[in-house]
Design a protein around this ligand. Structure first.
Ligand SMILES: Nc1nc2c(ncn2[C@@H]2O[C@H](COP(=O)(O)OP(=O)(O)OP(=O)(O)O)[C@@H](O)[C@H]2O)c(=O)[nH]1
Length: 750
């Protein structure tokens, strides 16, 4: 369909240098954009069979390509594996950028997005649309840092396929494993790209072996490298028995002679052979596609993004072997019967255009100037404009069908992770269909969950700190900024400290909170002060206790009377919220009206434990007796229960739980000793030291409280040669000595 299109060009503006270094050594860079000479496409590359010609931009004007021609893919990688460089090359070869960006020069598309941010126009790389040989590819950004694993997970849910970029000199690394597991969870077909084949230490064999051993995946080698490290020149296409060389000086390389079938001497034989060969290759490619979709094997390709080698075959593999949206089995689609069902997977705030919502359409059609119903928010909103996020241009379009990624303008309530349908009645009809087709025993909430695509579990934040504006007058502006940021990022929690009245930010890591702080300044122009970073502890009890409490109060002409007796004991199974039980002696009739108030009281009391005021977990509360006089308000019932729970928790043996982190440090062997000595001082527990080529990988556990600011120390003791990945493993009971030290510190007696 050809339509006249309105194009919003996103301005590129040169900005001054900004460099934020974070805990794990990954970086956000924006620097002055130097003008770079255009680099020619690899001349020796020839396309694989079965694909449409080279008219890369032809689909730019096609708004709704056939669904079979759509690929929604993501690139996942360990820090520094080359995700950005590979993305840059992909955008260049697909024709949407005219010069090659370089992460080391700070002039990549990602950088220009950060520049946009500096100007207050928040256009980030949530998704970039481009076309490759007749296919529409939506490349969805997946952040590489562990602080953003939630964001990775959210993005994975809108992908139909993914490319795992590996550093060929390191093979599978910690973060590759994490995102691989997440992709397993969402059953996403993948291909592996062994990048950095030009790098010293690059080993195709080693990297392939690590896929087999660490990812427990079956590698399907589609290519072999021609040379390794300094001698890397190109790849062999195993399926088509072709050499793809990017070095113009070595164009031969045939080591056996082949006698060609000639048109002149054997026309019939030649025709038959060509047909048979095409059929064979088609069959092979279908088989590769099939096993990739079934997740029984992973096609493996290799190349060097930095040296501009083997990116085009990677693009071909994306379109050939990764699935189209209609090949994915999305269970919930049956409930919608072709009606609109879409997922808002990223919300951005643009100063000019207001909230921009990136949306994946699963079924039905999205149209501007139309109302949609947000199931999570239970609200109806209007989309004013619909845009296609083509690289750095946003194209206004009249409609978009299932399988596509759209950028919507006008949705003011929608938050990241919300499910959008055409109307409330459509949501109800879908719920009815789900109900009818499900077995009767299944609970209503399961049905609703299935209808809501937003099934991402948000992990509890491990860090928190207070945040204050420069003056009280700015507090409403700060509240507004935090509200917007929370809509974008559900892993950011904001609460009010009940004692001090201060605003508290809770996040997934040091970097997460640093970035929030930075964004408040850049995007909302607010100077704020962060309090010291604190670890989110939890509390539990180690013994049972019983207590009673009575509340007898007259307010106005009303008398409120509650008497309660309850017991707290350590929970049998881990649970972050208290398990509530009712003894037989408690009247069921009385409970009918007061159960909600009782449970609110228990939950409120468990938010602040008696030792540090941290949330209580792994506890069971049993209500043994409850007396309520008629006319007593729910607030009074909750207040009495809450007070009694606090009393009983104080009586029991109390225990602080601290976050224990899983740590992986990759360090050159010469620096192993200082790293181990330093970890020993941090109450670290080393489980294993692996050999990875020239490096050693230290794997172990360390309490979060001991690892704050680790990046600076690690950089110093290893001369900047080590990297590390930190991830929450569990909450662990502190030993009595450490617990006493912590309590003394907190109470200021130390
Ligand atoms: N030798 C070599 N270096 C590469 C290659 N691809 C990327 N690099 C370098 O590796 C470093 C990291 O590259 P990026 O593209 O920023 O990697 P990334 O995975 O996006 O990194 P994060 O965003 O920090 O996770 C840069 O210094 C790149 O120049 C490659 O094919 N060969």
């Amino acid at each position: 369909m050809l339509t006249s299109l309105r194009i919003f060009a996103v301005n590129r503006q040169k900005m001054s240098s900004l460099y934020i270094n974070n805990m794990c050594g990954c970086k956000i860079t924006t620097r002055l954009r130097p003008s770079k000479p255009d680099v020619l496409l690899g001349k020796h590359y020839s396309s694989l069979p079965g694909l449409i010609g080279n008219d890369i931009k032809s689909l730019h004007s096609i708004i709704n390509p056939p669904i079979a021609k759509i690929r929604n893919i993501g690139i996942m990688a360990h820090i520094d594996a080359g995700k950005t460089t590979t993305t840059e090359r992909i955008l260049y070869y697909s024709g949407y950028t005219r010069s090659l960006g370089d992460v080391d020069d700070g002039d990549t598309v990602t950088d220009f997005m950060a520049q946009e941010r500096e100007r207050g126009i928040t256009i980030q790389s949530a998704a970039v649309t481009f076309d490759w040989k007749g296919y529409r590819v939506n490349l969805i950004d997946t952040p590489g840092h562990v602080d953003f694993t939630l964001e990775v997970e959210r993005c994975l849910r809108v992908l139909d396929g993914a490319v795992a970029v590996l550093d060929a000199s390191a093979g599978v690394e910690a973060q590759t494993l994490t995102v691989w597991r997440q992709a397993d969870k969402h059953k996403i077909p993948r291909i592996c790209f062994l990048n950095k084949m030009d790098k010293t230490g690059a080993s195709f064999k080693y990297a392939v072996e690590s896929i087999r051993e660490k990812l427990k995946a079956k590698p399907l080698l589609l290519q072999l490298p021609i040379g390794e490290a300094k001698t890397f020149k190109g790849v062999i296409d195993i399926v088509n028995k072709e050499k793809l060389l990017w070095n113009s000086n070595s164009d031969d390389g045939k080591d056996f002679e082949r006698k060609p079938l000639l048109e002149k001497s054997d026309p019939e034989l030649l025709k038959e052979t060509v047909e048979a060969r095409i059929a064979l290759i088609e069959q092979l490619q279908t088989a590769i596609h099939r096993v990739t979709l079934a997740l029984t094997a992973v096609p493996v390709l290799c190349g060097s993004a930095l040296k501009n080698k083997a990116i085009q075959p990677l693009l071909d593999a994306i379109t050939m072997y990764l699935p189209s949206p209609e090949e994915r089995n999305y269970d919930f689609l049956q409930w919608y019967n072709g009606d609109l069902c879409a997922l808002a997977f990223k919300v951005l705030h643009d100063k000019q255009r207001g909230p921009l919502v990136f949306t994946r359409i699963y079924s039905g059609t999205l149209k501007p100037q139309s109302a949609i119903h947000n199931i999570n928010g239970n609200c109806t909103e209007k989309i004013s404009r619909l845009l296609l996020p083509f690289a750095d241009q946003h194209i206004e379009i009249p409609s978009l069908t299932a399988g596509n990624i759209a950028l919507t303008v006008g949705l003011k309530q929608t938050a990241t992770g919300d499910t959008l349908v055409s109307s409330k009645s459509s949501a109800l009809a879908a719920a009815q269909r789900a109900k009818r087709r499900e077995e009767k025993q299944q609970r209503q909430s399961c049905e609703v969950e299935r209808l809501l695509l937003a099934g991402v579990e948000i992990p509890e934040p491990v860090f928190f700190c207070t945040i204050e504006p420069s003056s009280w007058a700015k507090q409403p502006d700060l509240d507004h900024a935090l509200k917007c940021l929370q809509r974008e990022d559900p892993s950011l929690k904001v609460k009010l400290d009940p004692d001090s009245g201060q605003t508290v930010l809770c996040g997934m890591g040091e970097l997460h909170l640093e970035i929030i702080h930075d964004r408040i300044k850049r995007e909302y122009g607010l100077e704020t002060y962060l309090g010291p970073l604190q670890v989110a502890y939890r509390e539990t009890i180690m013994s049972s206790a019983r207590a009673t409490d009575t509340l007898d109060r007259t307010l106005g002409d009303k008398q409120h009377f509650v008497s309660v007796e309850l017991e707290a004991r350590p929970g049998e199974t881990p649970s972050v919220t208290p398990v509530i039980e009712y003894a037989k002696s408690v009247s069921r009739d009385l409970l009918k009206d007061s159960q909600e108030a009782v449970e609110n009281g228990v939950h409120n009391a468990c938010l602040q434990g008696p030792l540090l005021g941290s949330p209580i977990q792994d506890v069971t509360i049993t209500l043994h007796s409850l007396v309520i006089h008629p006319g007593t308000s729910a607030t009074m019932i909750s207040a009495c229960v809450s007070r009694c729970v606090q009393k009983v928790l104080k009586k029991a043996d109390k225990q602080i739980l601290e976050p224990l982190m899983h740590l992986e440090v990759t360090v050159p062997r010469d620096f192993l000793s200082p790293v181990l000595a330093d970890l020993a001082q941090r109450r670290g527990n080393v489980q294993e030291i692996q050999t990875r080529q020239y490096n050693r990988v230290v794997i172990g556990f360390v309490p979060l409280a001991e690892i704050m600011g680790y990046s600076t120390v690690l950089r110093t003791i290893t001369s900047g040669s080590a990297t590390f990945v930190l991830e929450l493993s569990t909450y662990r009971a502190m030993n009595p000595q450490d617990q006493n030290t912590l309590l003394s510190q907190k109470s200021g007696t130390m």
